[in-house]
Design a protein around this ligand. Structure first.
Ligand SMILES: Cc1cc2nc3c(=O)[nH]c(=O)nc-3n(C[C@H](O)[C@H](O)[C@H](O)COP(=O)(O)OP(=O)(O)OC[C@H]3O[C@@H](n4cnc5c(N)ncnc54)[C@H](O)[C@@H]3O)c2cc1C
Length: 417
């Protein structure tokens, strides 16, 4: 009797988990995917839909420290920090801000740039495998700056994008008007990432990944994992409903919730969340021709299959399910200023970007057990990086040399001493 292929449990079925599951399946593993929520229904459902292979500049950069007081105390700001959360999570806040130095940011840019250049190597095989080409549109992505001053302040960051291989052209006010004639506001400068594509609905993308997975002998466990233990036969995944499965390897891909899975050596990894919001206007997608990011305001207006989505902002306030009306109100005011949308949005949404203080994901074998592979912490670019993360995880599981240098993403990088 031939030996059955090794069995891997993937914990969490967002963009990252389903991409890992598909890549593992492609490599010939038996795969079980556990998630008590509907696959793709969490942070992966509500993002700004951009395949942002140019997005190597972290939120915590030198300019943030200078602007921090204005950003925190103004109602007209895309960033907020809950004071009580900041006090109770002071070490994480401090570490997040300590990574604003030029040298730390340069390290982050280089590491993200390396991974982002592999975006398409990870994503395109999955699109072909699952026949999801119809969910993508390639019409570029535009950044717009209201003031020349803001554009000039962003120059250094944009130069760094170019150094990391991002292709874009600069736009002046007349170019912006020609390309996006419905913008109500004069924008002085812009950038056009001509080759950029976006997905018409990220939730549908995960659902289609998931359908392909289950349609090709993938096993779905509709329950959350409580923890992982090891015995002489291998690893046991304990489900919250009392079930248990024996596997050879485990992948932790539960996004911002990853630390809730016990027994995986995650206790000391400083994973937290940058909450983000969207509001959506059904049937208004025709107002823009591509995702348009209002750079000073920290959000994208993205045309989707079901409407026009305004997605972005950052709130440091943990995993509580309570929406902050200030962020929703901010997005609604900006949507009106940008495109004359005076009506109430059709839907509002809150999501949890999984974020480490150095703005890099964790991709690699766990410190206690190399059979437990970590794959979380993709902050603002998890849609973009899910495919390449899946590819890297499948290479690690198969004992092959990974196709990226994983040192900057190692789970142990925050360990002192
Ligand atoms: C406003 C906003 C805009 C964004 N825009 C973009 C963008 O344009 N481009 C881009 O690339 N990225 C974008 N992102 C980031 C991107 O959405 C995230 O990085 C990505 O969705 C993270 O995916 P994930 O699979 O790690 O997490 P999730 O989608 O949160 O999935 C985690 C899954 O794990 C499950 N889970 C949790 N605990 C357990 C457990 N114990 N057992 C089993 N399962 C569990 C959850 O139910 C969930 O389904 C944006 C994010 C936000 C908030």
């Amino acid at each position: 009797m031939p030996k059955p292929p090794p069995h891997v449990a993937v914990i969490g079925a967002g963009l990252v988990g389903t991409s890992c599951a598909l890549w593992l399946q492609k490599k010939g593993f038996r795969v079980s995917l556990a998630d008590g929520n509907e696959p793709g229904s969490m942070t992966s459902s509500g993002n700004a839909c951009t395949i942002a292979d140019y997005a190597c500049i972290p939120v915590n950069h030198p300019g943030l420290i200078r602007r921090l007081p204005a950003l925190i105390f103004s109602r007209n700001s895309p960033l907020s920090i809950h004071p009580w959360y900041a006090v109770t999570h002071f070490p994480w806040m401090l570490s997040f801000l300590r990574h604003c130095t030029r040298s730390e940011v340069n390290k982050t840019i280089r590491a993200l740039g390396h991974l982002l250049r592999l975006t398409h190597d990870g994503l395109d095989p999955l699109i072909r495998l699952t026949h999801t080409e119809d969910l993508f549109e390639t019409n570029g992505c535009m950044y717009v700056y209201e003031s020349e001053q803001a554009f000039n302040l962003a120059r250094r960051g944009n130069q760094a994008r170019a150094e990391q291989g991002a292709a874009f052209t600069e736009l002046d006010a007349p170019d912006i008007r020609d390309l996006e004639p419905n913008l109500k506001r004069p924008f002085a400068k812009g950038l056009m990432f001509q080759q950029a594509r976006h997905v018409l609905n990220p939730r549908t993308l995960v659902q289609r990944f998931f359908q392909h997975f289950t349609g090709h002998h993938g096993r779905y466990l509709p329950d959350h994992a409580k923890g992982v233990t090891r015995n002489e036969n291998g690893l046991q995944v304990h489900l919250c409903g009392g079930g248990e499965i024996a596997v050879d390897q485990v992948v932790i891909s539960s996004g911002a919730f990853s630390k809730q899975v016990t027994g995986c050596g995650l206790e000391n990894i400083p994973l937290d969340t940058e909450r983000g919001y969207h509001i959506q206007y059904a049937g208004r997608q025709h107002l823009v021709n591509r995702p348009v990011a209002w750079a000073e305001c920290g959000f994208y207006a993205t045309p989707m299959d079901e409407g026009l989505r305004f997605a972005g902002t950052v709130e440091i306030a943990g995993l509580s399910p309570k929406k902050n009306p200030r962020h929703l109100d901010y997005l609604a005011r900006k949507a009106n200023a940008m495109l004359g949308l005076e009506m109430e949005p059709t839907t509002t949404w809150l999501g949890y970007r999984p974020t480490l203080p150095d703005a890099l994901p964790v991709i690699g074998p766990g410190k206690n057990d190399e059979k437990i592979i970590h794959a979380f912490g993709h902050q603002h670019i998890g849609l973009t990086l899910a495919g390449i993360t899946g590819k890297l995880v499948s290479e690690l599981a198969a004992g092959e040399p990974p196709s990226a240098n994983l040192k900057p993403f190692h789970p142990d990088r925050f360990r002192s001493g």
